[in-house]
Design a protein around this ligand. Structure first.
Ligand SMILES: [Zn+2]
Ligand SMILES: [Zn+2]
Length: 183
């Protein structure tokens, strides 16, 4: 198989595991996020550094369960103030791998993955899970107020002193018009 050397630790010998129900194999490794190949459609948003992987594959009666966690860091620009945002998140993993012909394959909702050949390749599943963590619109903080459109001050740092209610140019013609006081 044409597996990149960096992703080789993510291959689990399925034949060995299936031979002994109850047997388990732990996979603890770090993979360069760039090698994992998670792509976000959002400009500037991407995984950063290494993805820490701590998974245990357990051989069941007719399947192999993989549980554990991924720890990953993403970076991207805040959608309001454009400052760099960096977040580290822990993603729970609970996946099931079954041999070809297993009844679970037809139940799409079950999410079982077919074991192809002698190895379980964890990389595609980890890639899919990691992509789900990449934000569509990063925020540096929930109450980020962005920049003042008039003076460019960062509003989260405090009010800039500009008029908070911007005058609408369509009403400028009415400035100076004196209306009769209602009687
Ligand atoms: Zn912000
Ligand atoms: Zn201002």
């Amino acid at each position: 198989m044409g597996v990149h050397p960096a992703l080789r630790p993510l291959l689990v010998n399925a034949v060995e595991l299936r031979r002994q129900p109850g047997a388990s194999r732990r996979v603890v490794t770090e993979v360069d996020a760039a090698e994992l190949g998670c792509e976000s459609p959002v400009p500037g948003v991407r995984l950063e550094g290494d993805v820490a992987i701590d998974l245990t594959a357990v051989s069941g009666a007719d399947d192999i369960g993989v549980t554990g966690s991924l720890t990953l860091t993403w970076i991207g620009p805040c959608r309001r103030c454009l400052s760099g945002v960096e977040r580290t998140v822990i993603v729970e993993v609970a996946e099931r791998f079954v041999p070809p012909g297993h009844p679970a394959i037809d139940e799409r909702s079950d999410g079982a993955t077919v074991i192809e050949g002698d190895q379980i390749d964890l990389a595609p599943i980890l890639r899919d899970l990691a992509v789900l963590e990449l934000p569509a619109a990063p925020l540096c903080r929930e109450d980020c107020r962005g920049w003042c459109p008039q003076c460019g001050a960062e509003l989260s740092a405090g009010a800039c002193g500009c008029e908070t209610e911007r005058s609408d140019p369509r009403w400028a013609a009415l400035d100076g018009v004196v209306l009769d006081e209602p009687t």
